[in-house]
Design a protein around this ligand. Structure first.
Ligand code: SF4
Length: 208
């Protein structure tokens, strides 16, 4: 699906039950030539209210992380696995069926932006984007070559907001991004030696 078509369709989408809990669709934003593509789990309260990804406290933390590596928010494409806020004051993670329903929009965004680095924030984004079962805490900070780009799992902003130790880990992971953004596109399934030297486990097909 073409990007413009995907965006237009998503803004009125009722393909899954999350259409009932949202105020508005949060499709994503950023330049279509961004080298860095950041994927969170789902819009939260503030994102749902403003129609923009990564706002409120988590957005401020992301801005600080991006600034720390010299990539301002305006140079990254920001989005989430699902484009509508799950229900509840403390929203649950999206269900697999909801992630699956929303997948064509994410694929369209990835195809249009064609980033070199995809940062997967949190367990669910990490699992969906890498096709691996481990938690983000277990494989965080690794650059996983997949389909001509590097998928880079790390912790969720929500988790880091409340835990200083996790915030430090997130900052440490982001500090590796400039090296990764300067790398060549991967043409094989070798792991770029950005963080760890051990061999990666066999990859399962990921989202794409
Ligand atoms: S989460 Fe995605 S698939 Fe579900 S209603 Fe929203 S835009 Fe459509």
């Amino acid at each position: 699906m073409e990007f413009a078509e995907a965006q237009k369709e998503a803004l009125g989408c009722t393909k899954c039950g999350l259409c009932q809990s949202r105020t508005q669709v949060v499709f994503g934003e950023g330049p279509l030539n961004a080298g860095l593509f950041v994927v969170g789990e789902a819009p939260g309260f503030n994102e749902d209210a403003q129609g923009k990804p990564f706002v409120g406290a988590s957005g401020m933390l992301l801005d600080r992380l991006l600034d720390s590596v010299g990539v301002g928010r305006d140079r990254a494409y920001l989005t989430t696995l699902v484009k509508c806020r799950p229900p509840g004051a403390f929203p649950r993670p999206p269900k697999p069926s909801e992630v699956s329903s929303c997948r064509p929009y994410l694929l369209s965004q990835l195809a249009a932006v064609d980033p070199l680095v995809v940062v997967a924030m949190g367990d669910l984004a990490s699992r969906v984007l890498t096709g691996r079962k481990e938690s983000a805490a277990r494989i965080r900070g690794r650059a996983i070559p997949l389909d001509g780009r590097y998928v880079f799992p790390t912790l969720s902003l929500a988790r880091a907001l409340y835990t200083p130790a996790d915030r430090a880990l997130l900052l440490s992971d982001f500090s590796r991004l400039p090296e990764l953004l300067a790398a060549e596109r991967p043409s094989t399934y070798e792991t770029l030696n950005v963080t760890r030297s051990e061999e990666p486990e066999p990859l399962q097909p990921g989202l794409w």
